[in-house]
Design a protein around this ligand. Structure first.
Ligand code: NDP
Ligand SMILES: CC[C@](O)(C(C)=O)C(=O)O
Ligand code: MG
Ligand code: MG
Length: 491
């Protein structure tokens, strides 16, 4: 198998990368109708499998799970996930031949093996779906000609796919039909119904391509979504300990701080998150973010270049072949950090204090969201997709850190995202050494400018406010948030 993206002509590469149409709410007027009464079988019952299945069942669809035999026999966690939620569970042989739609929600690493095993059992004219296009785009999986191949990719961890649905909202979702596999022309209607079943249509759906989803998803998860939140957590915590801040306080500020400050981001973009700071703190955060952007821009660009060229997927697949050595070493090293090992203290931290005492964290978020957005759009990814993949998803990842720190984030995200997160983190921390040497507790751990008054230079403040509001991520975001009328506060 060869990298599908690399087999395309430059013209086709650009066309598929640029495929992105924001779908109007009226296009979902038929809800789940195209899948109503159809037999839907999900392969795997992990982070996405369980939560998508719960949403789709609640939306009136017929969902069963198929698991590999050993998982059923040994009653592994995936079996318990399905059974405890009263789903029908069966072997591939029992369920795949009955399915109109087979949804592959196993880890990307297993896709070639899983798809090669289930494909011969699928009935003629059935549909195969993915929630991430790695197998099709990076591995070049060839699917039987009579089968329709679609993608419904929630831009969110599985846990939040469920939580947002229960709140009456959803998570932004990219849908696509593989151009090589749409023999009956039914792929788009089915993908729309599937996205409606998960609640994605309430947050925003983009009609996209497998290629655009893969290249943007890998970039988002490696940089702002997971990589930079990990780097920012570890460096900020270590700095506070070095400067004598109480360890329990420092642990709590970081663990819950990302969730709190990015709630402001989700509601009103970077502008609102920054507006939550005092004027002097806003100017400080702006300057810090500019400095961080200058330092990290080459690293963001390297990640994007390696994703586009296929170098990233090639090296990750080498790690798969090497028994996941890098992934497992990096996972152990993360578990060993002082931040992970220090429990959050009992001290109360008010919502506003997370902003006032976390100016550095605000700067990390601003720099990471803007850099991810800029790097993606410079590379041909459309603004709406880059917005979902950077700004909107950051709070959804931050929710997982609030639960059980980096362990929980890395457990809930895909293995692919976890690998990319560590890859970025290990390159980013050394890059930030000189910058972190300049950091003191005024920007992390203590109230910025406490007792110094609120005075600022008018000209500087006007320039900062203008730059914030005019960044392209803010302009696209303001438009996309207009349709997010069902969004509910969580902090
Ligand atoms: N994690 C997330 O939040 C997101 C994931 N995605 C995508 O969704 C897909 C699923 O990822 P994710 O939910 O993280 O996966 P998980 O690792 O959470 O789920 C794994 C499931 O697959 C089963 N499985 C593992 N290996 C095999 C195998 N060889 N054969 C059959 N079944 C197997 C497991 O069952 P058992 O081992 O018990 O047999 C388990 O039920 C991926 O394509 C990912 O990129 C997209 C968006 C976000
Ligand atoms: C951010 C990581 C992700 O792409 C996701 C939750 O959207 C994943 O692969 O887990
Ligand atoms: Mg993703
Ligand atoms: Mg991903």
């Amino acid at each position: 198998m060869t990298n599908y993206f690399n087999t395309l002509s430059l013209r086709d590469q650009l066309t598929q990368l640029g495929k992105c149409r924001f779908m109007d709410a009226s296009e979902f007027a038929d809800g789940v109708t195209a899948l109503k009464g159809k037999k839907i079988v999900i392969v795997g019952c992990g982070a996405q499998g369980l939560n998508q299945g719960l949403n789709m069942r609640d939306s009136g669809l017929d969902i069963s799970y198929t698991l590999r035999e050993a998982a059923i026999k040994e009653q592994r966690q995936s079996y318990k996930n399905a059974k405890e939620n009263n789903f029908n569970v069966g072997t591939y042989e029992e369920l795949i031949p009955t399915a109109d739609l087979v949804i592959n929600l196993t880890p990307d690493k297993q896709h070639t093996n899983v798809v090669s095993t289930v494909m011969p059992l699928m009935k003629k004219g059935a549909t195969l779906s993915y929630s991430h296009g790695f197998n099709i785009v990076e591995e070049g999986m060839q699917v039987r000609e009579d089968l329709t191949v679609i993608m419904v990719a929630p831009k969110s961890p599985g846990s939040e796919v469920r939580e947002e649905y229960k709140r009456g909202f959803g998570v932004p979702t990219l849908i696509a039909v593989h151009p090589e596999n749409d023999p009956e022309g039914k792929g788009l209607e089915q993908a729309k119904a599937y996205a409606a079943g998960t609640g994605g249509h309430k947050a925003g759906v983009l009609e996209s391509s497998f290629v655009a989803e893969v290249k943007s998803d890998l970039m988002g998860e490696q940089t702002i979504l997971c990589g930079l939140l990990q780097t920012g957590s570890i460096l900020s915590f270590n700095k506070m300990l070095e400067k004598g801040i109480d360890a329990g306080y420092a642990s709590k500020l970081i663990q819950y701080g990302w969730e709190t400050i990015t709630e402001g981001l989700k509601y009103g973009g970077i502008t609102n998150m920054m507006d939550r700071l005092s004027n002097p703190a806003k100017i400080k955060a702006f300057d810090l973010a500019e400095e961080l952007k200058d330092i990290m821009r080459p690293l963001f660009q390297k990640h994007m270049d390696d994703i586009m060229s296929g170098h990233f997927s090639k090296t990750m697949m080498e790690d798969w072949a090497n028994g996941d050595k890098n992934l497992l070493d990096w996972r152990a090293a993360t578990g060993d950090t002082a931040f992970e090992k220090t429990p959050a203290g009992a001290v109360e931290i008010s919502e506003q204090e997370f902003y006032d005492n976390g100016v550095l964290m605000v700067a990390f978020v601003k720099s990471g969201v803007e850099l991810a957005y800029e790097t993606m759009t410079e590379s041909g990814i459309i603004g709406e997709s880059a917005y979902y993949e950077s700004l909107h998803e950051t709070p959804l990842i931050a929710n997982t850190i609030a639960r059980k720190k980096l362990f929980e984030m890395n457990r809930v995200i895909s293995d692919t995202a976890e690998y990319g997160c560590y890859l970025f983190d290990h390159a980013c921390k050394p890059l930030l050494t000189d910058f972190m040497n300049t950091v003191d507790t005024d920007i992390i751990g203590k109230h910025f400018g406490e007792g110094k008054g609120n005075g600022v230079d008018n000209v500087k403040l006007i320039a900062v406010n203008k730059a914030l509001r005019e960044h392209p991520v803010e302009i696209v975001g303001a438009r996309l948030r207009e349709s997010m009328t069902a969004m509910k506060p969580i902090v």
